[in-house]
Design a protein around this ligand. Structure first.
Ligand code: TYD
Length: 141
């Protein structure tokens, strides 16, 4: 069975939104809304105009990317196809499986990007070389 990852394996998750005249509320739970155990959260903020974050893949790490405030683009690349997902609502999460090359670009002023991750931080989970990534994603893993 082929397990080669494609950009189509990244899915937009419609998170719960409790509307209230006092202000809206959204939430996210392990297994219920994302198909992994959330072991780490980190956020990217104060991004100067034109800067790009990311630009790597993970070998064995699932993540969910949320634009808590403002907007930015997630550029997905599986080595064959590219797809740009623009995030600008705090009740959408983009699920990204392992072995997907992704960059974060086009940040608006004051945007806040929350990333929920299935693993604690470890540099050993990164693939930072694009050619190496493409080579690895051409094989069944
Ligand atoms: P990195 O993931 O390379 O950022 P980006 O993909 O946005 O360019 O992380 C940048 C630095 O921050 C790197 O030296 C490792 C450190 N870092 C942690 O210590 N813990 C974390 O959870 C993350 C995401 C990064």
């Amino acid at each position: 069975m082929s397990t080669r990852i494609s950009v189509d394996n990244c899915t937009l998750i419609d998170l719960p939104k409790i509307q209230d005249p006092r202000g809206n509320l959204s939430f996210i739970e392990t297994e219920k809304h994302v198909p992994f155990d959330i072991k780490r959260s980190y956020w990217i903020y104060d991004v100067p105009g034109g800067e790009v974050r990311g630009g790597h893949a993970y070998t064995n790490l699932h993540e969910c990317i949320i634009a808590l405030s403002g907007s930015f683009d997630v550029v997905l690349d599986d080595g064959r196809e590219k797809k740009i997902v623009s995030l600008n609502r705090s009740y959408y999460g983009l699920y990204v499986p392992p072995m997907m090359w992704r960059s974060l670009e086009n940040f608006s002023t004051n945007s806040l990007c929350l990333i929920l991750s299935s693993e604690p931080y470890s540099e050993s989970l990164y693939i930072r070389n694009y050619e190496e990534y493409v080579k690895n994603n051409q094989q069944d893993i």
